[in-house]
Write a new protein. Structure first.
Length: 264
């Protein structure tokens, strides 16, 4: 009924650009975490890019260490290990750039219903569909970047009953059973373009597309910084991907990692 992850099928769907870079593609039947696999592999990785996929995660994680529900054979658990030329100051807008690429890719399957919620979630009709977790690792003078992506594809509600927020899946949105290999390939083609362009252009290259996908823009939200909660209006994002909010007539720019936010 559901297709399995298949390396040869995946390669058939990949574009010539990413194939020329000769990425290492590792697919496992189960693992603790594809992000952990990618971080461990980065230390011995030969090429600039390695792709890690698994049918199941036993200890999948999201932002702030939250558990990522990962039933076998139902979703996409993907981590891209990148031996990047970036410095740490360039990382701020990376999550939003990846989110923009991911949303545009998923919208080909999801009736253009996917929006990006700053800084790292993708939702359809306010239900979470996918998430991003970016981690880094120093390898000598190089910053190794792990782009972790989880996408709900076939998961049913019994399998997702532990999820602590409203969620949906690509199959539910599209009302068809989708091929995970094709979704992954479409996404990887977009991520490869990002890896090529981001070191020179940063988030500014993706900002206009993000603004068309921005879930929170012009909405009233509650932010929490250092255990202090404030009510703010979201204005948008700046060229670094920082969130711009208005509080009592003053504008604040908030960085990914220092704030949590929810819509009111």
């Amino acid at each position: 009924m559901f297709t399995v992850l298949d390396k040869e099928e995946l390669i058939n769907y990949l574009g010539t650009g990413i194939l020329r870079s000769q990425p290492e593609i590792i697919i496992t039947s189960k693992t603790d975490s594809t992000n952990e696999d990618a971080k461990n592999f980065l230390k011995k990785q030969k090429n600039d890019i390695a792709i890690h996929l698994s049918e199941q995660q036993l200890a999948g994680k999201g932002r702030n260490g939250k558990k990522w529900i990962s039933p076998k054979g139902k979703n996409i658990y993907l981590s891209i290990a990148w031996k990047s030329p970036l410095n740490y100051s360039q990382l701020d807008g990376l999550s939003l750039s990846v989110g923009t690429v991911l949303a545009k890719s998923l919208n080909m399957y999801c009736n253009d219903s996917i929006k990006v919620k700053w800084p790292n979630d993708l939702l359809s009709s306010n239900k979470k569909t996918a998430g991003i977790l970016i981690e880094t690792l120093e390898i000598g003078e190089t910053i190794g970047v792990v782009i972790g992506i989880g996408i709900n594809v076939h998961m049913d509600y019994e399998e997702g009953k532990e999820i602590d927020q409203d969620w949906t899946s690509v199959d539910e949105i599209s009302n068809v059973i989708n091929d995970r290999n094709r979704i992954i390939a479409d996404l990887l083609n977009g991520i490869f373009e990002l890896i090529e362009s981001y070191p020179e252009h940063g988030f500014s290259y993706y900002k206009k597309d993000f603004e068309n996908l921005d879930l929170l823009r012009d909405s009233m939200c509650q932010i929490e910084i250092r255990n202090k909660k404030e009510k703010v209006k979201v204005i948008g994002v700046n060229n670094s991907g920082e969130l711009i909010v208005e509080k009592k007539g003053k504008y604040l720019e908030l960085r990914y990692g220092e704030v949590s936010i929810r819509e009111l």
